[in-house]
Design a protein around this ligand. Structure first.
Ligand code: SF4
Length: 326
C-alpha cells in the first residue's frame, strides 16, 4: 500500500475543503471498500479525510420523509424502528448485502459509493478503463458472466454492486450533498451514471462533494414489498441479479408499483415502464410476467452472461409474487 496522509476534521466544511483542494484526497468513513482497493493498488489516494467525527449519523423525520444520515451504519438503519415500519423494502435490501460484520462498519453514504466488483477492475495486471482510462476493457472479450445487460458502453460493461441502492432508487429517494459550491439535492436515480465514454466516473458528484444524508419519502409501500436477490451462495455474495418490488394494492388490484433491478447495469436500474404497466392490473402471475417482459426490453447479453436474460425476469416475477403475498 502507498503511504498517505490522514486527517480527521471535526467540521464538515474543513473535510469538504480538504478534498476539494486536493485532487488526490478521498473521504473515508467505514472503509469497507476503499481500504481493500488501496491494499490491492487499485486506488492510491495521497490523503484520506476521515469523516467519522462529523455529526451525520441521525435517522429522523424531515417533513414527509425519513432522513438517514450518511454516517448511519447499515446495521443501525436496518434495525431502526422507523425505518422498519415505514421502509421495509430498504431493510430487506440492506440485510441482503454483505455480512453482519461488514454492515456494522459500512455507512449509508459509503454503501452508495462502493465501486464495481468487476474482477478486471481489481486486477492491476489487466486493462480496465474504469481503473486506468484508455487502457481498454478486460471484460468485453474476457469472462463477463457477472456483467451488465443494460446501459453499458464499449468502454465498460461493469455493474453497480450495492443492494441498498436498488431499494433507494425504487423508493424515489433523494441524496443530500454538500460541496465547495454549497448544498444540493440529487434524485437517487441521477446519483449513479452510465459508463459512456468516461467509466472512471461512477457518479454525478462533483470534486469535493460530500453526501450528508438521504431522504426516503413516505409512501404506501409499507407491506407488500420484496427485495429478491439471486447469488451463488446463501450469504455474503454479490448479486447475480436482484429485484426490488413494492406494491400498493387495493384488494387484488395494483394501485401503484415501484420496481428496480440490481446487478444488471452500471447503476441501479429503475423500471418505470413496467411500473406504469402494472397500474390498474390484477396482482396475478400473468400480470407479473407481462411486467417482466416490459422490464427486459432493450436487454443485451455478452458471451458469458446470457443466463441473465432469463434470470432477471424470473427474479422480478419472484419479487412481485413475494411482495403481493406479503
Ligand atoms: Fe474495467 Fe469496466 Fe471493463 Fe470491468 S467492465 S474491466 S470495470 S472497464
Amino acid at each position: 500500500m502507498n503511504q498517505f496522509n490522514y486527517i480527521r476534521p471535526s467540521k464538515q466544511q474543513a473535510a469538504i475543503d480538504a478534498v476539494a483542494k486536493d485532487g488526490n484526497a478521498k473521504f473515508i468513513a467505514g472503509g469497507t471498500n476503499l481500504v481493500d482497493l488501496m491494499k490491492r493498488g487499485v486506488m492510491a489516494p495521497q490523503k484520506l479525510v476521515d469523516i467519522n467525527r462529523l455529526p451525520l449519523t441521525k435517522i429522523e423525520r424531515q417533513g414527509n420523509a425519513l432522513r438517514i444520515g450518511a454516517l448511519a451504519l447499515n446495521s443501525t438503519v436496518a434495525d431502526d424502528r422507523q425505518v422498519r415500519e415505514r421502509q421495509p423494502l430498504l431493510v430487506q435490501a440492506i440485510n441482503a448485502g454483505a455480512s453482519a460484520q461488514l454492515r456494522n462498519m459500512a455507512t449509508t453514504g459509503g454503501n452508495m459509493l462502493q465501486r464495481t466488483r468487476c474482477p478486471y477492475f481489481y486486477d492491476t495486471a489487466m486493462p480496465c478503463n474504469k481503473r486506468e482510462p484508455g487502457t481498454g476493457c478486460g471484460a468485453l472479450e474476457g469472462i463477463n458472466r457477472m456483467h451488465a445487460i443494460f446501459g453499458f458502453s464499449d468502454k465498460c460493461i461493469a455493474v453497480h454492486p450495492s443492494d441498498m441502492s436498488v431499494a433507494l432508487v425504487a423508493l424515489d429517494a433523494t441524496v443530500l450533498v454538500s460541496g465547495p459550491k454549497g448544498d444540493r439535492r440529487i434524485p437517487f436515480t441521477d446519483l449513479h451514471r452510465l459508463p459512456g465514454d468516461a467509466p472512471e466516473k461512477d457518479t454525478t458528484l462533483e470534486p469535493g462533494e460530500l453526501i450528508t444524508a438521504v431522504d426516503v419519502p413516505d409512501g404506501p409501500f409499507t407491506k407488500h414489498v420484496s427485495y429478491y436477490k439471486v447469488r451463488e451462495r446463501a450469504s455474503y455474495a454479490f448479486a447475480l441479479v436482484s429485484a426490488a418490488a413494492a406494491l400498493d394494492l387495493d384488494g387484488t388490484t395494483i394501485k401503484s408499483a415501484r420496481l428496480a433491478f440490481g446487478s444488471v447495469a452500471h447503476k441501479p436500474w429503475r423500471l418505470t415502464a413496467a411500473e406504469q404497466m402494472l397500474v390498474g392490473k390484477p396482482a396475478t402471475e400473468e400480470t407479473f410476467r407481462q411486467a417482466a417482459a416490459v422490464a427486459m426490453q432493450g436487454a443485451k447479453a455478452f458471451k458469458h452472461n446470457e443466463y441473465k436474460l432469463k434470470l432477471a425476469p424470473n427474479t422480478l416475477i419472484q419479487a412481485l409474487k413475494t411482495a403481493a403475498a406479503a
